[in-house]
Design a protein around this ligand. Sequence first.
Ligand code: GLU
Ligand code: MG
Length: 445
Amino acid sequence: MQSGAPGGTKGTDPTVLLGTIVNPAGLILAKTVPQVRVPAFASPGLGASPTWHAFAADQVGIAFTDAIGVVGDQRIRVDLEAMHTLDATLVWAPGEFFDQAGAPVPQCARGTLRRVVDSLGRTGLRAMVGHELEFMLTGPEGQQLPAHLWAQYGAAGVLEHEQFVREVLADCHAAGVGVEQFHPEYGRSQFELSIEPRDPVAAADQVVLARIVLGRVARRHGLRVSFSPKPFADGVGCGAHQHISLMQDDQPLFSGGPGPTGLRALGANAIAGLVDAMVDLQGVLSGSVVSGLRMLPGQWAGAFACWGVENREAAVRLIRSGPATPRGANVEVKAIDPSANVYFATAAILGAAALGIALEMPLPPEVTVDPATLTDQQRAEADIAPLSADQRAIVDTLDASTTVRAILGDPAVDALVAVRGYEVDNFPDHTADTLTERFRLAWSV
Ligand code: GLU
Ligand code: MG
């Protein structure tokens, strides 16, 4: 950042710091400061009400709980070590919640992920995470764009939005977002930005930064970016898949082992932990009131709690190492959508994998076919649970989950249950059409 005027109180330095947090409803909330106030934003932080944890995705509601009310005040502190420059006068940094005495606030998602990563580290494990951001371009009020020229993953999508594509790549590069690829997706006006793997907190930060870049570029073109799990009732869903690799003493856990999958014993335990916890995790990974419209078989959304090598209908897809996967083996958790809080989602996944390792959970059999092609009886015999599309049941399962409570902590789970329960309670009679319309831009920036 350029230095400001002498004394820092007056002058012409137009630099602005945008500090964001992601709340339990998956909303990216922000405060901005002029350059002179950046140190104060880092410590002691800027005041914010505990209600920030309860702001709901309908853009008006607050899901109050016993712990989250109008009384009290907290501090958002930006992490200046994670700061990135968006342009000559705008910088961004992720924030975390602390109380006024400086203690971490347990509903804070970034702080929760940091704690999960630290406890993983204490058992000698290190994780890397790579994110996929699927989104749909819309008009400024969320209108469907004409897409007469569109093929699934088609070059037409690039040419229709060539300048948008160029600017996204250029601005991501300038901001330090590590883009692996950017391509038109299956759905009309749908794209995917894949981001290179980083350590879990930095990787989640990259998602927030990339969403801001996408929002800024889209606006320049009079467009908006929908991060709804199901932007249009009759269209394709948007996922937010996460690719996880785990290492112990720099040895990868998902490759180098005996057998056709290459899994080492701990890698097998980790996948077992993920599959075992998947039903409980749904409220964290795909818990919004719109999520159930995506979480269906045939959508490549991973709608079954099972695993398989390169199986795109399994909630957990193993990607084996080989010459074609220079980054090595990893597991892709597909049952995540962009309405999830990305920090909580990673924390929940890593916690479930760590639990599988700690309890030496046995790996269930690999599923080598589309689970939807099996009969109910075959799925029951193979212990393959379909993930639910009933959001009330998903929220109740999360509420009752001792597993997720052990990973994220009670205050975080209570906040997630509150915001997701609010959505279910307040939109009971909506149809797919009205629900998708109401929430189309809910998670946009
Ligand atoms: N759009 C799909 C989803 O909702 C994923 C498609 C893909 O695998 O790229 O998760
Ligand atoms: Mg995709």
